[in-house]
Design a protein around this ligand. Structure first.
Ligand code: GDP
Length: 360
């Protein structure tokens, strides 16, 4: 499964946020025999549609889609040179499919900042610089090798062009995620070269409680990290919320002026950053969300349930959640002509409620 690596300077609130994430650990709740790694948090993707489906179908259980986060400790200035936990750190990032950077914006004189001041822009610069330097090192040894291979006709010229174009972006101090595509870098090839900054980024600003509703400030920071998504949360508050039942949690959140936990936003934006979407199945046993890639066809989606479903795919009976919600039952939806039969070329839409027909 795809995972998002959590990085950030020391003392920005990574552990606090990660602990809050793992208090929601769905693996522990739904799969009692699963091995739970200490640095992996598998959290549910909040999805109000599942509750409604369970009501319509009388489902016993609700199974949301999940998002996996990996706590990657140890980035410091010099990490790209293998300082401290540097090498382990880079290996961990290499295994992640997206990079979530936690940035400290909260002010607290009791919590030391490694650089002695609260400056989100400078912190992001520090971390991105380490990643950019790591990629430049990768290219430094890769480019001479690729040049030889291209001469010997073992590698496509495209690969060399990509490497050279990528180096130019990195030398300007930019990540490939932010500037690569615009500079004509073939991002697929660049990612196959093992360049870390091709991975999609997202940013969590660990803000003070009074900044949670400061939309002007948030807009400024969002602009700073474009095209990445930004999430604004207070890690301490999130860890308190994670301990409470729904009603008490809602009250606490209302008290600071927000209507959902920041971690819900993180799960949603993280899922989106990974290029994923869900489709839904429902019946008396369970209402469930399944994870697919944006653009996946119906047989591919069926394969997520079982490989036999993909191989033996005949067709998919599809109704949009919105139509089903409005009409209130499958029978009504059918009567209204809202239930479609789709073939193997159908591209799944988010929120499709599906039943697959297949040969075994
Ligand atoms: P890490 O080194 O990035 O994992 O940071 P920690 O999660 O260990 O947090 C470092 C310190 O900052 C701890 O004492 C936390 O209690 C504190 N801290 C974390 N988040 C917040 C926050 O949102 N507000 C305040 N005031 N303190 C926080």
């Amino acid at each position: 499964a795809l995972s998002i690596g959590i990085v950030g300077l020391p003392n920005v609130g990574k552990s606090t946020m990660f602990n809050a994430l793992t208090k929601n650990n769905v693996l522990a709740a739904n799969y009692p025999f699963a091995t739970i790694e200490p640095n992996v948090g598998v959290v549910p993707l909040p999805d109000a549609r599942l509750g409604r489906l369970a009501e319509i179908f009388g489902s016993e259980k609700i199974l949301p889609a999940t998002v996996s986060f990996v706590d990657i400790a140890g980035i410091v200035r010099g990490a790209s040179e293998g300082e401290g936990l540097g090498n382990k750190f880079l290996a961990n990032i290499r295994e992640s499919d997206a990079i979530c950077q936690v940035v400290r914006a909260f002010v607290d004189d009791d919590v030391t900042h490694v650089d002695g001041k609260i400056d989100p822009a400078s912190d992001m610069e520090t971390i991105n610089t380490e990643l950019v330097l790591a990629d430049l090192q990768t290219l430094e040894s890769a480019i001479p090798r690729i040049e030889k291979e291209v001469k010997g006709k073992k590698t496509d010229k495209d690969v060399l062009d990509t490497a050279v174009a990528a180096r130019e972006v990195l030398e300007a101090g930019d990540t490939l995620f932010a500037k690569g595509a615009a500079a004509g870098v073939d991002m697929t090839i660049a990612s196959q070269l093992g360049l870390l900054t091709t991975k999609p980024f997202l940013y969590v600003f660990n803000v003070d409680e009074d900044q949670l509703t400061d939309t002007d400030l948030q807009a400024q920071w969002q602009a700073l990290v474009e095209p990445a998504e930004a999430i604004f949360l207070n890690a301490k508050l999130e860890s308190e919320v994670a301990e409470l039942d729904d009603e008490d949690a809602r009250e606490l959140l209302e008290g600071v002026g927000i209507d959902e936990p920041g971690l819900d936003q993180l799960a949603r934006k993280g899922f989106n950053t990974l290029g994923l979407q869900t489709y839904l199945t429902a019946g008396p046993k369970e209402s469930r969300a399944w994870t697919i890639h944006k653009g996946d066809t119906a047989p591919k989606a069926a394969g997520v349930i079982h490989t036999d479903f993909e191989r033996g795919f005949i067709k998919a009976e599809v109704v949009s959640f919105e139509d089903l919600d409005t009409l209130g039952s499958m029978a009504e939806a059918k009567a209204a002509g809202k239930v479609r039969m789709e073939g193997k070329d159908y591209v799944m839409a988010d929120g499709d409620v599906v039943e697959f027909r297949f040969n075994v």
